[in-house]
Ligand binder design. Structure first.
Ligand code: KIV
Length: 273
């Protein structure tokens, strides 16, 4: 198994991500939602940490990302920011905090930046959230876009299947990707779309394109931490590579502890005062 040690320990900025794309260096991105895990992720050398609204699923146990609130995202963002020294930290604007009303979108983004001290925000959508994007950017807040499968629109899509397989949807996605770049987004996440389409978008845009389930032809990869560490169970889409089996490892450790307590093996004489 290959491991990684970053040579450049300076803080990652949006400009440095752009340089990475220019020289063909792939960008690593992973979610984190709390202080302890964010510290491990940052020290491992991750380029971007996403405080994703997937916190709604993996931290709060909701079925979708829709219920998580702005206050809850800010709580997670603050916890992560206390740990991170090097990675660029992106906080997701949650469902309902930016769609339909650009003034509210700006207030939501300002709250995230002021209260968490994160580097930037991410939001889902293209032309339909154009006004919100323009307004947030005009306040000097960097935005990472998100197209393809957009979990906040699950009730419109109806499934978590691969998006943009049909020509009309692929065409709209390409147009939206160009629009996001033109408006001034600094990067774009493409979720669960055909690899060929994602590679085309990445080659046409000058901003970095980060994929999840979008193949290897993009500028970087993002995964949800709980999925890649094997903490979530019963979720194994084709794009997911598991790098550990932590739910089994943790369960084994817990059972060992329970057995030690019951048998009075723990604590022993060296483990008391
Ligand atoms: O919330 C999240 O974790 C995300 C990733 C799936 C990109 O948006």
């Amino acid at each position: 198994m290959s491991t990684y040690q970053p040579e450049d320990t300076r803080k990652v900025t949006t400009h440095r991500l752009f340089e990475m794309k220019s020289r063909g260096e792939k960008i690593s991105m992973l979610t984190a939602y709390d202080y302890s895990m964010a510290k491990i992720v940052d020290e491992a050398g991750m380029d971007i940490i996403l405080v994703g609204d997937s916190a709604s699923n993996v931290m709060a146990g909701n079925i979708t990302t829709l219920p998580i609130t702005l206050d809850q995202m800010i709580y997670h963002g603050k916890s992560v920011m206390k740990a991170v020294r090097r990675a660029l930290v992106v906080v997701d604007l949650p469902f309902g905090s930016y769609q339909g009303n650009s003034k509210e979108a700006l207030c939501s983004a300002i709250r995230v930046m002021k209260e968490t001290h994160a580097d930037c925000i991410k939001l889902e959508g293209g032309a339909e959230v154009r006004e919100s994007i323009v307004r947030i950017l005009s306040a000097g807040i960097p935005i990472m876009g998100h197209l393809g499968l957009m979990p906040q629109s699950i009730n419109k899509f109806g499934t978590y299947n691969v998006r943009a397989k049909e020509e009309a949807e692929a065409e709209k996605l390409i147009q939206d990707a160009h629009l996001l770049e033109e408006l001034g987004c600094f990067a774009l996440v493409l979720e669960k779309i055909p690899a060929e389409l994602a590679a085309r978008v990445a080659s046409e845009l000058s901003i970095p394109v980060i994929g999840i389930g979008a193949g290897g032809g993009v500028d970087g990869q993002v995964l949800v931490m709980h999925d890649m560490l094997g903490i979530t169970e019963g979720f194994s889409p084709r794009f997911l590579r598991r790098y550990a089996n932590l739910s089994a490892d943790i369960a084994q450790a817990l059972k060992h502890y329970i057995a030690d307590v019951k048998s009075m093996d723990f604590p022993n004489k060296d483990e008391q005062y």
